[in-house]
Write a protein that binds this ligand. Structure first.
Ligand code: SAH
Length: 340
């Protein structure tokens, strides 16, 4: 039985493909096992990591992404350090213990600018700081760590070199992996992950992405479904998998990586109104409420149907507290660092 093989770490890619095709009672068993495993490692605590999408300027053109530089329909914005700080303080009041600062690939933010921002956040709040600002040099990562950065989040997006090249006209697969290795070697807690269902992707390729996460030995694994964005070259190209597969991916990732932090990612709410809640019952142990001030949200539409565009940071903060109450879970206390 495959679940036994996973416990003994003796599985192969075909086993994962079989699990991805599971249905009925067997699928229920997979979800149940993932939930039990999450509970046995993390208890009832869900860590809250508010995300501030602080700049949508981007110099590159990932084919799937709504803020790719050639999309002229977005108004470009940068949120001032003062407004970011103000937002961080509000987040802290709602029990969020990490701020995730995410942006496009925006060279305006030199390492010095980001370093100064991180230092201010660390001085004025008790939040842990995660950055998600794309590929940077080893020297930049080292510098940011020195200024207080706790973690870095950079998805490899797909571990298939041909798919990677097809959808990333300006990026190089080897360089992306080198960036991840640099982060790990510098002892920065590293999060990565992938898009579930790029156009043309097969079950084997998807299973390959899942195995690659385990190989990278990540502190955090984030994956969400590809959603076709009409303002991109992938307009009309649909996700090859059905919705249930997206949920299976997260549950199986938990079984494969018992001690990794696994967030319930935003894109799941775009495909199912209860998507993120369901994931918290199928292996995920982290929630990333959107903390971006409301007026910027419509310009950070990576994909259509991204939830909470009309909500404020306060609305999202209250919403997650209500969700956790409904699920009988607690807000995780403390920074929620890696437990690997
Ligand atoms: N510039 C940063 C942040 C990118 S946006 C970086 O490169 O790391 C954050 C994530 O959104 C991306 O890593 C990608 O996986 C996801 N994303 C972008 N477009 C998407 C789409 N159309 N559907 C689903 N997820 C998408």
């Amino acid at each position: 039985m495959i679940l036994e093989k996973i416990k003994k770490k003796k599985y192969d890619i075909q086993d994962i493909v079989t699990l991805l095709k599971a249905e009925g009672e067997y699928l229920k068993l997979i979800y149940n096992e993932a939930d039990k495993l999450r509970q046995s490692i993390f208890g009832d605590d869900i860590y809250l990591r508010g995300i501030i999408e602080f700049s949508n300027y981007c110099t590159i053109n990932c084919d799937y992404c709504g803020i790719r530089c050639e999309n002229t329909k977005v108004s470009r914005y940068r949120i001032s350090d003062d407004e970011i700080l103000k937002t961080c303080k509000l987040m802290q009041g709602y029990g969020q213990t990490t701020v995730v600062l995410q942006s496009g690939e925006d060279p305006f933010y030199t390492k010095e600018k980001l370093g100064a921002l991180i230092e201010r956040i660390k001085k004025e709040t008790s939040l842990a700081v995660t950055l998600s600002t794309g590929e940077r040099s080893r020297e930049e990562y080292r510098y940011l760590k020195e200024r207080g950065m706790d973690r870095y989040l950079l998805r490899f997006e797909t571990s298939n070199i041909d798919l990677f090249a097809r959808f990333h006209p300006d990026s190089d697969y080897e360089k992306r992996i080198e960036s991840l290795n640099n982060l790990k070697q510098l002892n920065i807690q590293t999060g990565s992950g992938f898009l579930i269902g790029l156009p043309g992707e097969t079950y084997e390729e998807l299973a390959g992405d899942m195995l690659f996460c385990t190989e990278l030995d990540l502190d955090m694994i984030g994956a969400g479904p590809f959603i076709s964005n009409p303002e991109t070259p992938l307009n009309g190209q649909e996700n090859p998998f059905d919705k249930e597969v997206y949920f299976k991916v997260i549950a199986i990732l938990r079984l494969l990586n018992p001690r990794a932090h696994i967030p319930s990612t935003t894109a799941f709410d775009a495909v199912d109104p209860m998507g993120r809640n369901k994931l918290l019952q199928r292996g995920a142990n982290v929630f990333m409420p959107n903390a971006t001030p409301q007026k910027y949200r419509a310009d950070y539409m990576l994909y259509p149907g991204k939830p909470c565009v009309d909500e404020s940071g306060d609305d999202c903060a209250r919403c997650i507290v209500a969700r956790l109450k409904m699920l009988g879970r607690n807000i995780g206390q403390g920074p929620g660092h890696s437990i690997r």
